[in-house]
Ligand binder design. Sequence first.
Ligand code: PLP
Length: 422
Amino acid sequence: MNGLRPTQGLLNAAGGGRHYRWSTMTIAGPWERAARGAMLLGADATLRPTVFAEMSALATATGSINLGQGFPDEDGPAEVLEAARAAISSGLNQYPPGPGMPVLREAIAEHHERFHGVAVDAATEVLVTAGATEGIAASLLALVSPGDEVLTVEPFYDSYGAIIALAGGVHRTVPVAPPSFLPTPEALRAAVTERTRVILLNNPHNPTGAMLPRETLELIAELAASVGATIVADEVYEHLTFGDEHVTLASIPATRENSITIGSGGKTFNTTGWKIGWIIARPELVQAVLAVKQFLTFVNGAPFQPAIAAGLRLPDSFFHQTAATLRAKRDLLASGLEAAGFRVHLPQAGYFIVADASALGVTDGAAFARELPHRAGVVGIPVTALVSEGNRPQYSSLLRFAFCKRVDVLEQAAERLAGLKL
Ligand SMILES: Cc1ncc(COP(=O)(O)O)c(C=O)c1O
């Protein structure tokens, strides 16, 4: 075998409004596991772009408002942007230290203690990563051996499936249902087995905005301890909460020894393009993740590291105001969606609303999401794109819309959606 297969098409993945189509790949290799894990590979080796790329291209082609992808369209705090400019001007443009600049590691530790009451040693328990995405990838590649099970809830953030599969792991899921979108204790108990190596939590959760209560975190800690699994908690939306305060996994004492908490500056400071993330864990776990991370990117974003440190040190009022502003945007989009005939599952946190289009006669959300830009000039993502094939029927009328956009953009989206009912 030379690893080649007959070519039947070429990947047409360029943006700029061109439509995407499936293509048949000719190269054999572990990339296939990643693509299949992210549900992007057909049985006949056809590879398709992510739903985000596809829907963003459709937004451009149709001149639609793109509420598909979760990135803000406004700059974050001026202090943070200015700190990055100052860092570049002062010559912080070379490789930073492998674990991250001390100024940022210290700010991450202080921030964790200030908001969550958990003491962290900046020197040994913090590792700066290229976004949360690299923190997740390095953690899973460090811990998961072929055949190990990794448990997530479903729907799940797409990179989880890709990296679990790349590591050779077996992805087990607990599907969550509206209105709470919380995993039940029975489902969690049934899903954790002797083969579970990692329980990968996304809390607060993308796309549903659900926040795990302390009792659920305690149960997960107990289940993980009973089989020796490590809990990896992706908490990138920790500050974007609209009612209850976020409970970090690390505040559950039983998890201190065997958990990794992952954070990111991208969401909190509207700097998703900077890719400054981090992990917090006990020193041995940090070392294990570092062993992988240092050969993925080694380091990244030197001038952005002190800038995110400045952000993490902003007063409490900044964090409260950020959440309040986003909450108002959530409410604005929610009422627009409701007026258009969707049933809205109001999120408690994060960037996204999951809306049910069944009252509009929708049974196939994926087809409807592709129609919506033409019918209403608005783009959303079908939730089924974040769900494994066998579990899709229960999510078939659900769409995900991002509300981390300017107020005038959301108002215009609401106006356009109102036309759907006519
Ligand atoms: C749940 C979740 N984890 C991680 C990320 C990625 O974070 P970063 O940009 O810091 O890599 C996202 C971004 O959308 C996300 O929704």
